[in-house]
Design a protein around this ligand. Structure first.
Ligand code: ATP
Length: 228
C-alpha cells in the first residue's frame, strides 16, 4: 500500500550570508504528522517545498497514489494545482479583505461571478468554524483565536488533499494557546484531511499529532509513529 505521505526532498537555499541544504526523506501513514527540530532545522522549508513554493526543489512528494513532484520523472505540479491548504505562522490573512473575502480567495478567480455552490461552501465553513457573525469583519478586528479559525477555514475552503500548518499556535499567549490547541484538535478530527504540522511544543505534538519526524540541520534524524 502506498504511504499516506511519501517525501524525499532536496532543496538548496543560497543567500549572501549562508547556504542551507535540505535533504529530508520520510514516509508516514498517520493522518497527522508533526515536524520537530531546532530553529533553522528546515521545518518550514519542507512545508514550502511540499506546497510547491520553492523553485528548484528536487526529489519527490507523493500523497497516496498522487504524485505532486517527481523530478526524475519530470513531474512538478505548480502550487495552484497541488490542492494544498497552508496555514502560516502569523495566519497571513489578507488585511484589506473581509473574513468572507479571505475564504473566497483561492476558491475563485477574481472578477468572475461567484457560483452559488461556492457561496454555499463558504457559508457552511463559516458555520462549522463558528465565524458566521464575522463574515464582514476585517482581520484587524479579530482576536488571535478568531484569526486562527479564519485561517484554517480559508485553507480548507478549496477541499485540499493535504493541510500544512506552520506553528499554528505560536502567535498566541499561553492561556489562549491551551484552549485553542484543544479546539484545533477537534476541528482537525472533524475535517479528516491529512496534515503535516510544524511545532516546537510537546503539548502540540501530544494533542495534535499521531507521529513525529524530527529534523536537524536539514536532515531527518528521528521518526516515530508509535503514537498511532
Ligand atoms: N533564502 C534563503 N537563503 C539561504 N538560507 C535560507 C533561506 N531561507 C531560509 N534559509 C535558511 O534555511 C534554514 C532552514 O530554515 P527554516 O525556516 O526551514 O527552518 P525552521 O526549522 O522552520 O526554523 P524555525 O523553527 O526557526 O522556524 C535556516 O538556517 C535559514 O536561515
Amino acid at each position: 500500500m502506498a504511504a499516506l505521505l511519501d517525501i524525499d526532498l532536496h532543496v538548496a537555499l543560497h543567500s549572501d550570508e549562508r547556504d542551507f541544504a535540505l535533504h529530508a526523506r520520510f514516509t508516514t501513514q498517520s493522518m497527522r504528522t508533526a515536524l520537530l527540530g531546532p530553529s533553522g532545522a528546515g521545518k518550514s522549508t519542507v512545508l514550502l517545498a511540499v506546497a510547491g513554493l520553492i523553485p528548484g526543489a528536487r526529489g519527490h512528494v507523493r500523497l497516496g497514489d498522487t504524485t505532486l513532484l517527481d523530478t526524475s520523472a519530470g513531474v512538478d505540479l505548480p502550487a495552484r494545482e497541488r490542492r494544498i491548504g497552508f496555514v502560516f505562522q502569523d495566519y497571513a490573512l489578507f488585511p484589506h479583505m473581509t473574513v468572507a473575502q479571505n475564504l473566497l480567495f483561492g476558491m475563485h478567480r477574481l472578477g468572475a461571478a461567484v457560483p452559488a455552490s461556492t457561496t454555499a461552501r463558504i457559508d457552511e465553513l463559516m458555520r462549522q468554524f463558528g465565524i458566521e457573525s464575522l463574515a464582514r469583519a476585517y482581520p484587524r478586528h479579530l482576536s488571535g483565536g478568531q484569526k486562527q479559525r479564519v485561517a484554517l477555514a480559508r485553507a480548507l475552503a478549496p477541499n485540499p488533499r493535504l493541510l500544512l500548518l506552520d506553528e499554528p499556535l505560536s502567535a498566541l499567549d499561553t492561556q489562549l494557546r491551551t484552549r485553542l490547541r484543544a479546539e484545533l484538535a477537534q476541528m482537525l478530527d472533524r475535517v479528516q484531511v491529512p496534515t503535516l504540522l510544524v511545532t516546537h511544543d510537546p503539548h502540540d505534538v501530544e494533542a495534535l499529532a499521531q507521529s513525529t519526524v524530527e529534523l536537524d540541520n536539514g536532515q531527518v534524524v528521528a521518526a516515530d509513529s508509535s503514537k498511532g
